[in-house]
Design a protein. Structure first.
Ligand code: IMP
Ligand code: MG
Length: 185
């Protein structure tokens, strides 16, 4: 049997760490939006594919009326570095004008993808627009992004699991870890 666990050199955030932190973010969102959400509630936008696992856990920790919608974007760029030019592969089905919107993103690395996405969403006239990123990498020259909720700061290593992939694999790991170097080589 081929196990995905064998390719991981180090676990950074365990299944329990993730569950605990995602619950806290959900509780914070519930408290912060209780007044403004009203009957229409909020719109949580998940950025595919990396953000899908996190989003599905996060929305179940938010207690208020809520819609969830998905966007798929691809960043033009060579290999693992993004260029800041983003192509929309799948747009929202929801009209976000006048709505309170939270973007659930897996990880902010250079921040370029998210910066572009936020400008595009802002142009559609939401009542408010906030970011709930699970991870924020500690990298130099990261784009200046106002991230209202951050799960964890993480080191500048290539990580996988809980939605994050390497070559489309490892998204199904229940924890977040670092890949063994021989996997890239
Ligand atoms: P950014 O535009 O450089 O901030 O990165 C955008 C996207 O690259 C993220 O939303 C992730 O999908 C992906 N990404 C960045 N760093 C990693 C990583 O360490 N592992 C897996 N995917 C990553
Ligand atoms: Mg992503």
């Amino acid at each position: 049997m081929v196990s995905v666990h064998n390719d991981i050199s180090k676990v950074l955030f365990s299944e329990q760490d993730l569950a605990n932190r995602v619950r806290e973010i959900g509780e914070n969102i519930t408290a912060d939006y209780a007044e403004v959400a009203g009957e229409a509630g909020i719109v949580v936008i998940s950025v595919l594919r990396g953000g899908a696992v996190y989003t599905c856990d996060l929305i179940r920790c938010i207690d208020m009326p809520l819609e969830v919608d998905f966007m798929a974007v691809s960043s033009y760029g060579s290999g693992v570095k993004s260029s800041g030019v983003v192509r929309i592969l799948k747009d929202l089905n929801t009209d976000i004008r006048g709505r309170h919107v939270i973007v659930a993103e897996d990880i902010i690395d250079s921040g370029l993808t998210l910066k572009y996405l936020l400008e595009m969403l802002q142009s559609r006239g939401p009542a408010s627009l906030a970011v709930a990123a699970l991870l924020r990498k500690d990298v130099p020259n990261q784009a200046d992004i106002d991230c209202r909720y951050t799960g964890f700061e993480c080191p500048d290593e290539f990580i996988v699991g809980y939605g994050l992939d390497y070559a489309e694999h490892y998204r199904n790991l229940p924890y977040i870890g670092v890949l063994k170097p021989e996997i890239y080589q």
